[in-house]
Design a protein around this ligand. Structure first.
Ligand SMILES: *[C@@H]1O[C@H](CO)[C@@H](O)[C@H](O)[C@H]1NC(C)=O
Ligand SMILES: *[C@@H]1O[C@H](CO)[C@@H](O)[C@H](O)[C@H]1NC(C)=O
Ligand SMILES: *[C@@H]1O[C@H](CO)[C@@H](O)[C@H](O)[C@H]1NC(C)=O
Ligand SMILES: *[C@@H]1O[C@H](CO)[C@@H](O)[C@H](O)[C@H]1NC(C)=O
Ligand SMILES: *[C@@H]1O[C@H](CO)[C@@H](O)[C@H](O)[C@H]1NC(C)=O
Ligand SMILES: *[C@@H]1O[C@H](CO)[C@@H](O)[C@H](O)[C@H]1NC(C)=O
Ligand SMILES: *[C@@H]1O[C@H](CO)[C@@H](O)[C@H](O)[C@H]1NC(C)=O
Ligand SMILES: *[C@@H]1O[C@H](CO)[C@@H](O)[C@H](O)[C@H]1NC(C)=O
Length: 844
């Protein structure tokens, strides 16, 4: 049941060089919504809660189904559900949403059970439901589509869900067999339309000298009460309750006495941009709870922005906010209007919302039942803290564009370089997994894996920490298991180490890139984690590239690591971008209109920091020379004589151009010997990989140097863009010279030709005219200008294509500042995508 997924070595997110890999997957025909996963590493099993079924799978290979139990809805429940207007095919089924460990051989399971949540016990010995049929209200949602979270702590179930059929009564609930049931107050100041995301326990009682209690932290997004906003402003929250809470005696009876919540901030303060919806949280636990790090994935409420972010929070600062933060309180302003403001008075003692500790016990407050009414009344009215929980570094760890993250897990890896890295795995709504690593305060996405073929949202993500390490992802269609690293895909030592995947190291005995977690005793092994120790590669010979004068050539440089910088050297000296006939992108060098002086040895060097050192290596070397043609005509090229001709050639060429091979594919697919891609004619040559230079459609009227670009969309566009401006400037100058243009031009001409005549005052008023090509004037593209000094081929592009936004890196010296910006007919509004900011009145 294995399937083929894709792993990418990333240059940047979304542009990963994909490799076909095998992943193990599980699904059963007719069963959907594999959205609850429970990993029991001691027993090497993965339990999966799906719709109407619970599966027991092997943790080593999820394709291996060990057991299954069906849990369907009985007829009369189903009819009741349908009578209430719910769908028979979807909503009136049983979606397993709670799968928690009760004891070594018992699981606690709950399902939506046709909008009548029900819980049961699952014996692991017989793998059967005991049929205890416990009321699932508050423990599980009614609606399978509604947000929900639950965690079992010491046999007690802590959940965040809705308590009623309509889903309108949110609740944070504790179900316990020995202690009293506890819940939140039903009030918008406690919970206001929350979307629950995650809940987990932090064992603060461990090694505590002051008898602190364990705490259960909840994460959710809710509608803000404290900000005035024209619509519903969402706020990500962190809330907590104490494990030892028993509720109040009179006030807050059977309700939390320790419920407090604070704002979770994930924003880019310098851009005034706020990520205000939290989708998932992972708590990276450490032996000392103070070193715990909380990771969350966020997007903005304004989804059209298309940004996702990962923020990390320090447990010490979370604790600080809850134990020392100021409270907010509701104030009535202007009769009935309420406003939340900071509470500046003195809060009662013991501190409202705090857990019972040794100090309270000394004052004879042994449990929450003995808390004074004043404290309880205060916390009932003031559950919200004013102080926010700020992210580490005051901003996101990772921001991505056009990607919606849905899930996150984090693994702390002790790499061979003796550093500790937090490896962040994020799942997207398109079934993709990203692996990102923080290096020197910068996050790099090192890998991208297509987990689910049919780009569906990843609903759950679970990480196994033992042994080799696998990730398990659940979606509506199935479960997929993926290794945490694909080290073997790096072919050389340098690639292996400079990929900076903390899981990978080079084994100098087996000559392979290996996962250090697969090796029992890393220190005993002959592993290389430092690029400078890599055995030297064979010295590289130059790749010969023969081109015709005036043609364009693209030299590719394929760098596997995504943090490398590339430098091009010509005849041993570094090429700067100042040269107007070179264009450099991250991975390639485009030389257009080759002149004799452009021949030489071209070398691509990559350089990057690893283990505090700069590591430079030669990636590829080319020897560029001319295939000297017999008739070395003028390099000046005559453009198409008539407008009709050039426009008639336009559509086909434009199409052929836009459907050109994407650059990355070119790089990956090109065998080494053809890494240099002479840019062929636009004359259609589908599928042809031979770098031939073909004459254009009007070859007989053209100089052989007249060639069209086809290969690389972006660079070709740029190239034509540049050409067009040269051409336009030329046409303008020519017209000006010929006195076709009005006043200001005459003035300019006068100045240039040295006429002493002063510009007439009325010309000043016409100055704008210079900026606008007059309608009756001939189309500048029909004009030809020959600049004797620059004997470069200027070609009629013959087609009009809108330049792609963001590609417009044009050497500025190509056209002067006087080049009228308004007169560019190809101009498109390249203003970057408008980012919608939260209103200036909005929070943060
Ligand atoms: C991935 O590799 C497998 C086995 O070699 C092959 O069957 C499959 O078609 C490949 N998938 C793609 C999209 O290349
Ligand atoms: C799971 O592992 C634990 C600890 O090794 C063991 O006590 C328990 O019996 C196992 N349960 C099952 C169902 O194998
Ligand atoms: C996983 O189990 C399936 C089904 O038994 C089998 O076909 C497949 O080869 C196994 N994969 C691995 C990597 O063991
Ligand atoms: C369950 O899976 C089906 C099929 O993929 C999907 O259409 C539906 O939205 C899912 N329901 C829930 C509640 O996730
Ligand atoms: C968390 O914050 C505390 C105090 O502000 C600091 O000592 C600690 O190093 C921080 N921990 C992390 C993981 O950033
Ligand atoms: C992200 O999610 C939002 C809201 O669901 C959606 O409008 C947007 O198209 C998604 N973006 C991507 C890149 O999938
Ligand atoms: C490189 O050296 C060759 C031979 O010395 C020379 O002809 C060529 O112009 C040089 N190329 C560049 C770009 O300097
Ligand atoms: C390492 O290389 C980078 C880029 O080439 C350079 O900016 C930096 O100064 C170099 N650092 C050292 C220590 O050589």
């Amino acid at each position: 049941m294995g399937h083929w997924g894709f792993v990418g070595v990333c240059m940047a997110i979304g542009t990963c060089n994909l490799i076909n890999v095998s992943l193990m997957e599980f699904s059963e025909p007719g069963t959907f919504n594999y959205s609850t996963l429970l990993l029991m590493e001691d027993n090497e099993t993965l339990y999966v809660g799906a719709r109407e079924a619970i599966f027991k799978l092997s943790m080593q290979n999820v394709s291996v189904r060990i057991n299954k139990v069906d849990w369907k809805v009985p007829e009369q429940h189903m009819l009741k559900c349908i009578a209430k207007g719910k769908s028979k095919e979807t909503e009136c089924l049983n979606y397993i949403r709670v799968l928690q460990v009760l004891s070594n051989d018992m699981l606690y399971v709950c399902g939506t059970h046709a909008f009548q949540p029900l819980c049961d016990r699952l014996s692991l010995k017989t793998f059967s439901l005991l049929g205890t049929h416990e009321d699932g209200r508050g423990k599980c949602s009614y609606d399978p589509a509604q947000s929900f979270t639950a965690v079992m702590v010491d046999g007690e179930l802590y959940s965040g869900t809705a308590y009623n059929f309509l889903g309108s009564e949110p609740i944070i609930f504790r179900y316990s067999q020995s202690q009293s049931l506890l819940r939140t107050e039903y009030s918008t100041s406690w919970l206001n339309e929350p979307s629950f995301v995650y809940a987990d326990v932090i064992r603060e009682s461990r090694d505590s000298t002051d008898g602190e209690d364990d705490k259960i932290y909840y994460f959710f997004t809710e509608v803000s009460v404290e900000y005035e906003f024209y619509g519903k402003l969402l706020i990500p929250r962190i809330a907590r309750v104490c494990k030892g809470d028993l509720g109040g005696q009179r006030t807050l009876q059977k309700k939390w006495t320790s419920f407090l919540k604070a704002k979770l901030v994930c924003s880019m303060p310098e851009l005034n941009f706020v990520f205000n919806v939290v989708h998932d949280v992972f708590i990276l636990k450490t032996p000392d709870w103070r070193e715990t790090v909380i990771y969350g994935v966020f997007t903005s409420q304004w989804g059209n922005v298309g940004l996702s972010a990962v923020c990390a929070y320090n447990m010490t600062s979370v604790e600080e906010v809850f134990s020392k933060g100021k409270y907010m309180q509701k104030a009535i302003v202007e009769q009935s209007h309420t406003k939340w403001v900071r509470y500046n008075g003195i809060a009662p003692s013991p501190r409202p919302g705090a857990c019972i500790n040794n100090q309270n016990r000394m004052q004879n407050i042994k449990s929450s039942l003995q808390l004074p009414d004043k404290t309880l009344q205060f916390v009932k009215d003031h559950p919200l803290l004013e102080d926010p929980v700020l992210p580490i570094g005051n901003g996101p760890r990772l921001i991505t564009k056009d990607i919606n993250y849905t899930q996150i897990v984090v693994q702390r890896v002790h790499a061979l370089d003796k550093n500790v890295y937090d490896v962040i795995f994020t799942g997207t709504d398109k079934g993709v997994l990203h692996k990102s690593v923080l290096y020197e305060a910068e996050v790099h996405t090192v890998e991208e894996v297509q987990l689910f073929r049919n780009s569906e949202p990843i609903k759950t993500l679970v990480l196994s920490s033992s042994g080799a390490g696998s990730l398990y992802a659940g979606s509506d269609s199935g479960v997929v298991q993926s290794p945490t690293a694909f080290c073997e895909k790096y072919p050389t030592c340098v690639d292996c180490i400079l990929a900076r995947d903390p899981y990978c190291a080079w084994d100098r005995h087996t000559f392979a890139c290996v996962n250090i977690l697969h090796i029992p005793d890393v220190t005993q092994h002959s592993l290389i984690g430092d690029a400078s120790q890599c055995p030297l590669g064979r010295s590289m010979s130059h790749q010969p590239v023969v081109v015709k004068p005036g043609s364009s050539v693209k030299l590719l440089c394929h760098v596997v690591s995504n943090v490398a910088q590339t430098v091009w050297k010509v005849n041993g000296s570094i090429l700067t971008e100042a040269s107007s006939f070179h264009l450099m992108s991250d991975t390639s060098l485009l030389i257009y209109s080759m002149g004799t002086e452009d021949q030489g040895i071209y070398e691509c060097w990559s350089s990057e920091r690893a283990a505090g050192k700069n590591f430079t290596r030669l990636v590829i070397s080319y020897s560029l020379s001319f295939d000297v043609p017999k008739s070395t005509g003028a390099s000046v090229y005559s453009l198409s004589p008539s407008n009709t001709e050039s426009s008639s050639a336009a559509p086909a060429e434009g199409n052929g151009h836009t459907s050109g091979t994407p650059p990355l594919t070119t790089i990956t697919d090109a065998p080494l010997h053809s890494s240099a891609v002479p840019i062929p004619s636009l004359a259609p040559q589908p599928g042809s990989s031979t770098p031939k230079l073909l004459p254009g459609p009007h070859a007989e009227t053209r100089d052989p140097s007249a060639k069209y670009l086809q290969h690389d969309t972006s660079t070709a566009l740029l190239f034509f863009f540049v050409l067009f401006f040269l051409l336009f400037a030329a046409a303008l100058a020519y017209n000006c010279y010929m006195q076709y243009l009005p006043g200001p031009c005459l003035r300019l001409r006068a100045a240039l030709l040295g006429t002493a005549k002063k510009p007439q005052p009325e010309y000043v008023a016409c100055e704008a005219g210079l900026m606008e090509p007059s309608a009756e004037k001939p189309d500048p593209t029909e004009q030809l200008y020959q600049n004797g000094a620059q004997l470069r081929a200027l070609r009629d592009t013959g087609y009009e294509t809108e330049p792609e936004c963001g590609n417009g890196r044009i050497p500025s010296q190509t056209y002067g500042d006087e080049s009228p910006p308004k007169a560019r007919p190809f101009d498109v509004d390249c203003a970057s995508q408008p980012i919608e900011y939260a209103d200036a009145d909005a929070p943060y």
